[in-house]
Ligand binder design. Structure first.
Ligand SMILES: [Zn+2]
Length: 265
């Protein structure tokens, strides 16, 4: 599919979506195609953005092995990044960061839980107050019930009315106490240090196996989600001309240097 500015009748987004579909169809020989397992690097192209244009990257290059800015040849950066290598490099860096910050991450989670626990103490105090209130309504009600049926018709009518209103108050107190108990049971589900460590280990292994291309169909989507969350949903690709023609792929303050050789096509 050729792009000819004067003859364009469809919007950019549609054009690139179609282009991407066509590119993916072009891969491999014609005829009954072997169902190929998608790799992590096939599934995260939409997270890459051109730092110059602010546009998304799309699959490009020979065999769809690369990706480049939506503006293609019109982008001043004009560089196609090899997807597999770029994503492997980022996975490696993310694993290093996780390993390096594991203790910090653990501390932050534990600290946050302690703050939550302060909320628990307040709930416990509220529960105590609520229990006292309920007990006093129960006592009042049983006193009234003892007196019911005594005295004049007028006294008995009055007592019936009092009993009714105390019952309403007692029921409301029961509901409130229930609510507080439920809130407390939700609040106290804490995550242990071991669980935090386990999930960090799991994240790292998703990245490692994702980069190695050894993940099965379900796990690869889990890896995509982990990758997306860890990079904050977006990776800005900065192209820098340097000695040795190094291309740099930067995410926030982190530099994931991609070796110039073989990265651009
Ligand atoms: Zn661009």
């Amino acid at each position: 599919m050729r792009q000819c500015e004067e003859l364009r009748i469809i919007g950019d987004d549609l054009f690139y979506e179609v282009q991407e579909k066509l590119d993916s169809l072009k891969q491999g020989p014609r005829g009954p195609r072997k169902t190929k397992d998608a790799h992590l690097w096939d599934l995260v192209t939409n997270l890459f953005y051109c730092a110059h244009c602010g546009e998304r990257f799309y699959v490009a290059g020979a065999g769809g092995k690369g990706m480049r800015c939506k503006n293609g040849d019109f982008c001043p950066c004009k560089s196609t990044v090899r997807r597999e290598e770029a994503i492997k490099a980022i996975c490696k860096r993310l694993q290093e960061l996780i390993a390096q910050d594991a203790t910090l991450i653990e501390q932050v989670i534990l600290e946050a839980q302690q703050l939550d626990a302060r909320g628990d103490h307040q709930l416990e105090a509220e529960i105590e107050t609520s229990q006292r209130k309920l007990a006093s309504f129960e006592r009042k009600l049983s006193d009234y019930l003892d007196l019911a049926g005594q005295g004049s018709d007028e006294d008995r009518e009055e007592m019936k009315t009092r009993i009714r209103s105390v019952r309403i108050e007692r029921n409301a107190a029961r509901v409130e106490l229930n609510r507080l108990h439920q809130a407390l049971s939700h609040a106290t589900s804490v995550i242990s240090e071991d669980e935090i460590r386990d999930s960090l280990t799991h994240l790292s292994s998703l990245l490692r196996e994702g980069a190695a291309g050894t993940l099965g169909e379900d796990a690869v989507y889990e890896a995509v989600e982990a990758f997306r969350l860890l990079v904050g949903g977006r990776i800005d690709v900065h192209v820098e001309q340097r000695v040795g023609r190094k291309r740099t792929c930067r995410h926030r303050s982190e530099n994931v240097a991609l070796d110039g050789e073989g990265v651009t096509e």
